[in-house]
Write a protein that binds this ligand. Structure first.
Ligand code: URA
Length: 434
């Protein structure tokens, strides 16, 4: 088989066979094929796309490039969640403990943040002592003892994805629905869960800008999961403003714990986390209807079992569970600077992506993969779309390094303030899958 023929076939709009795709993925991962040829094929796929069969074959080849986790020793249906990510998205920290507390095992592998979006691993790393890279034995023990496990993706899960993603990153070939599908689903299938709930976001601060693009990605992932016998359901959600009040790692832990304590229950972040948790409970067989599942979620908050599950997960994995009750034990910023409205009006839009980049500049996110984070810095976003604002009212609290000079202008520029009020658009746009 010649790589040249694969590139030529795809460049001219043809379809690749499963054998050809397996040949490419193996050669890309083991270094026997030159990166230039993989990069050329990635660009051809970006332009020409892939059929469902090709996307399936790519997903399987990437999954089989590494280890597959065997979760069969853990009783019950194991349910995972994936979000395409957004600024302030800390739903994993909230829904993982809720789902586990309601009796459904929740195995999760997460990533580190890059650019304007934070990563779940970095948020968990803000809990002092918590081990965020679990060995397979530690992951299984956490799942067995608390029904919740979250770890950084290990190097032996779908290694071909790491290689191909690095090439996509430098060749402007990240935004391709079959490539994103295979990248995400290969890791999810290797992770061993029986069922998966997807949160596919669209909007200004998300990967997919329009609802139609987000729907196409969601459908592609649902097709691949279903073909592999996985129960899978996708929610397409809107993502323009940051999700919740916190951006930055320790601050996001605080906000998640507040929601698990029963605070901010009407917020979009809480409602989204509760809905995703409810979908997971239905898939895991703990509830038959959405109402029943949402009732279980509320009980786990009211009785404190969800927060107790998070405490047990933290303690089991060498973290300080007292930090969940006493936030002064979490990493802190050197100074807090308040930014106030320079005029009165109604907030009609908040640019989440721009705020994510500002938080990155403070040290909460990585510009480069090797950057070291400051886990205590970030933003408290007090502004909310749909709310009136008075001149001089605080809009942001910037948690910054001691001595850093904070210019209010770029923060104020992230807000649109108009004379007329707006009603915030609903966050849930549509659902797909079983
Ligand atoms: N997340 C992934 O893991 N892969 C992609 O291709 C895009 C987002």
């Amino acid at each position: 088989m010649r790589m040249y023929d694969l590139i030529y076939t795809k460049k001219t709009g043809g379809a690749l066979s499963a054998e050809q795709i397996a040949f490419w993925v193996k050669g890309a991962a083991d270094g026997s094929l030159p990166d230039e040829q993989s990069a050329a094929l990635l660009m051809a796929i970006c332009w020409r796309g892939m059929s469902t069969e090709e996307t399936l074959a790519l997903t399987l080849a990437m999954r089989d490039s590494g280890k597959r986790l065997d979760l069969s020793a853990i009783p019950g249906l194991k349910v995972d969640k994936h979000s395409t990510g957004g600024v302030g998205d800390k739903t994993t920290l909230i829904l993982g403990p809720i789902v586990a507390a309601c009796g459904v095992p929740c195995p999760m592998f997460s990533g580190r943040g890059l650019g304007h979006t934070g990563g779940t691993v970095d948020k968990f790393a803000a809990i002092p002592g918590l081990k965020v890279e679990l060995s397979e034995a530690e992951f299984l023990r956490s799942l067995a003892e608390t029904r919740f496990a979250n770890s950084a993706q290990t190097a032996d899960i779908a290694p071909a994805d790491r290689k191909l993603y690095a090439l996509r990153d430098i060749t402007a070939t990240v935004e391709s629905i079959p490539l994103i599908t295979a990248s995400i689903m290969s890791k999810k299938l290797a992770g061993g869960a029986d069922a998966l709930v997807l949160d596919v976001k669209c909007g200004g601060s998300a990967f997919m800008k329009t609802q139609a693009e987000a729907r196409a990605l969601a459908q592609s992932m649902v097709d691949v999961g279903t073909a592999h016998g996985m129960q899978i359901r996708a929610l397409v959600t809107r993502m323009d403003a940051p999700l919740g009040w916190a951006i930055g790692n320790a601050l996001e832990v605080m906000e998640s714990v507040e929601i698990l304590r029963g605070e901010h229950g009407e917020s979009e972040l809480a409602q989204m986390s509760f809905r995703l948790a409810a979908e997971m409970l239905i898939m895991g067989g703990a509830a038959r209807t959405l109402d029943e599942a949402l009732g279980l979620v509320q009980t786990s908050i009211k009785k404190g079992t969800a927060l107790a599950t998070l405490r047990r997960f933290v303690a089991l994995n060498s973290g300080d569970p007292k930090a969940l009750d006493d936030f002064s034990r979490l990493p802190q910023a050197g100074q807090v600077v308040e930014i106030r409205a320079d005029r009165a009006g109604h907030i009609t839009a908040i640019d989440g992506r721009a705020l994510g980049l500002l938080a990155m500049d403070l040290g909460a996110g990585r510009r480069d993969r090797n950057d070291i984070l400051d886990l205590g810095v970030g933003l408290r976003v007090l502004a909310q779309v749909g709310r009136p604002v008075a001149a001089g009212e605080p809009l942001f609290r910037v948690h910054a390094k001691a001595g850093a000079r904070i210019d209010p202008a770029p923060y104020l520029a992230t807000l649109r303030i108009s004379a007329e009020p707006v009603t915030p658009a609903p966050w849930l746009l549509e659902t797909l899958g079983c």
